[in-house]
Ligand binder design. Structure first.
Ligand code: ATP
Ligand code: MG
Length: 158
């Protein structure tokens, strides 16, 4: 399905913003330009849902979750960042493995199975993109992913 990315992402953010119980502010740093992506909307929604629910799980009271994306060479790079506890450097690639969770204490108190990001990695790869994390312990985490895009719908028909 060909969808306008801004509208698609804003809808997902709106849904979380209406239902969240934490004192966390969503900051949308989204360009106004229309970018069209050819995606399986159910699967991409599942990917973004997991990234946002992780960010909420690890956000401190009063924290911000920032949403942004940039584009170049027909790829969008989407970033979702939080002000949470962060992830140690040596675990930054392992969080995309099945059942991997950073530490047992975290796993016990936070619930979940450790599958969300492994599924996200497969789904983003199936869409021709990549996903990775950057983090500073004690400061926060940013999840990035890329997706092939088109600047506007008309280009398709030229
Ligand atoms: P599930 O998504 O299956 O409910 P989960 O959230 O534990 O369980 P993933 O989404 O795959 O699993 O995340 C894997 C692990 O990566 C988490 O258990 C957590 O340790 C770490 N992690 C993911 N996102 C963040 C984040 N924003 N801040 C800190 N740690 C994170
Ligand atoms: Mg998760």
């Amino acid at each position: 399905e060909l969808v306008e990315f801004n509208k698609f992402l804003n809808r997902i953010i709106d849904r979380f913003e209406m239902s969240k119980s934490q004192n966390v502010t969503f900051v949308r740093l989204l360009p106004k330009t229309s970018y069209f992506v050819e995606i399986d909307t159910d699967k991409l929604t599942q990917v973004i849902d997991n990234i946002i629910s992780n960010a909420l799980k690890y956000s401190p009271d009063g924290g911000n979750i920032r949403f942004g994306f940039t584009s170049n060479d027909n790829m969008l790079t989407v970033m979702i960042s939080d002000d949470g506890m962060g992830i140690p450097k040596e675990n930054l690639t392992r969080i995309f493995e099945r059942f991997y969770r950073v530490d047992r204490a975290r796993a016990r108190s936070m619930g979940g199975t450790g599958l969300g990001l492994a599924i996200a990695k497969d789904m983003i790869a199936a869409h021709g993109g990549k996903i990775w994390a950057e983090s500073e312990e004690g400061k926060g985490t940013t999840i990035f992913f890329t997706l092939p895009c088109e600047l506007n719908e008309e280009e398709e028909w030229e």
